[in-house]
Design a protein around this ligand. Structure first.
Ligand SMILES: Nc1ncnc2c1ncn2[C@@H]1O[C@H](COP(=O)(O)OP(=O)(O)O)[C@@H](O)[C@H]1O
Ligand SMILES: [Mg+2]
Length: 253
C-alpha cells in the first residue's frame, strides 16, 4: 500500500514538472520569450479601447490552444497588467495542472450555482490569476448558454486588465460559438504541418456565422525559415519550440 502511494506521488510530481516546463520562465530560450513579446505587442494593440476578453481556440485538439493561452497570460502579466486565465475547456481541461491546483471548484460550479464565490487562485506569477474549469457538466453548451456567464464576465472585467479564455476545438464542439458574443476577440491557433486548411476555413465560417471577432492567427510549432534562420539556435530549438508570431486578419474569401 505504501509503495503504491509512493508511486502515485512520484507520478504526479513528474507530470507537474513536465507541464511546467512548457510555461514561460526566466530559463526559456530567448527566441521563445521574444516571440511571445512580439505576439503580446500585436495583441495589446488590437485590444485597445477597453477590449479585454479574449478566447484562444483552434480547429482541432492538440494544436497549442492551452500552451499559447497560458504563455500569453504570463507575457501580459509580466507587463504589470492584472491578468486572469479562465479554463472554459469543459472537454479536456488542462489549465489547473500547470498551476498545481484542483480543477474544481471552478467556473462550472459557479455557473451551476453550486458555489457563491468565484474560486479564483493567485498563481506564482505576479499579476496572474486563474479560474479553473470546475466540475465537468454533462452538457457544457447548456451551462455556457446561461446568462450567469454574462454577469460573471462583466464583474471580472472591472477587476482585471485582461481575461484570457482557454477553449475546446471549434471544429469539434460548439462551445466557443455559444460564448462568442461575450468576447472581445478570438485568437485562432494553427499548428504547422498538422492543421488542415479546409478545417480552418470551415471553422472560420462557423465563427463568422455567429459574428465572432477573429483577431488573428498564431502559427504554432513552426519550422518555417522566415523566423528561425535568423537565429543561431535554430537547430537546437526548432523542433520543440517553433512559435512564430505572425498575426494576420482572416481572409473574407
Ligand atoms: N510549439 C510547440 N512545440 C512543442 N510542443 C508543443 C508546442 N505547442 C504545443 N505543444 C505540445 O502539444 C501538446 C498539445 O498542446 P496544447 O496546448 O495542450 O493543445 P490544445 O490545447 O490545442 O489541445 C502539449 O503536450 C504541448 O506541450
Ligand atoms: Mg487545451
Amino acid at each position: 500500500m505504501s509503495f503504491l502511494n509512493f508511486k502515485i506521488k512520484l507520478k504526479k510530481k513528474r507530470i507537474s514538472s513536465y507541464v511546467k516546463s512548457e510555461l514561460l520562465s526566466e530559463d526559456s530560450p530567448f527566441i521563445i520569450t521574444e516571440a511571445y513579446k512580439s505576439m503580446r505587442t500585436n495583441l495589446m494593440f488590437m485590444l485597445s479601447e477597453n477590449k479585454k476578453v479574449v478566447a484562444f481556440t483552434s480547429a482541432m485538439a492538440n494544436e497549442g490552444k492551452t500552451t499559447t493561452c497560458l504563455n500569453m497570460g504570463i507575457a501580459f502579466a509580466q507587463t504589470g497588467n492584472k491578468t486572469l486565465i479562465i479554463d472554459m475547456d469543459m472537454r479536456k481541461p488542462r489549465v489547473h495542472r500547470y498551476f498545481e491546483i484542483p480543477s474544481s471548484p471552478g467556473l462550472s460550479d459557479r455557473l451551476g450555482n453550486f458555489t457563491k464565490e468565484l474560486p479564483i487562485s493567485k498563481t506564482e506569477y505576479d499579476n496572474l490569476y486563474v479560474l479553473p474549469v470546475g466540475t465537468i457538466p454533462p452538457s457544457p453548451p447548456e451551462l455556457l448558454m446561461s446568462s450567469a456567464l454574462d454577469g460573471i464576465l462583466e464583474k471580472l472585467k472591472d477587476e482585471y486588465d485582461y481575461i484570457f479564455i482557454d477553449t475546446p476545438p471549434i471544429h469539434v464542439v460548439t462551445d466557443l460559438a455559444i460564448i462568442a458574443s461575450k468576447l472581445d476577440g478570438i485568437v485562432f491557433i494553427v499548428r504547422e504541418n498538422e492543421t488542415l486548411i479546409e478545417v480552418v476555413k470551415q471553422s472560420i465560417e462557423n465563427l463568422e456565422r455567429v459574428s465572432a471577432k477573429v483577431l488573428g492567427f498564431i502559427v504554432n510549432d513552426s519550422v518555417g525559415d522566415s523566423l528561425f534562420s535568423q537565429y543561431r539556435y535554430r537547430r537546437k530549438y526548432k523542433a520543440r519550440y517553433g512559435y512564430t508570431y505572425g498575426y494576420s486578419l482572416p481572409s473574407k474569401e
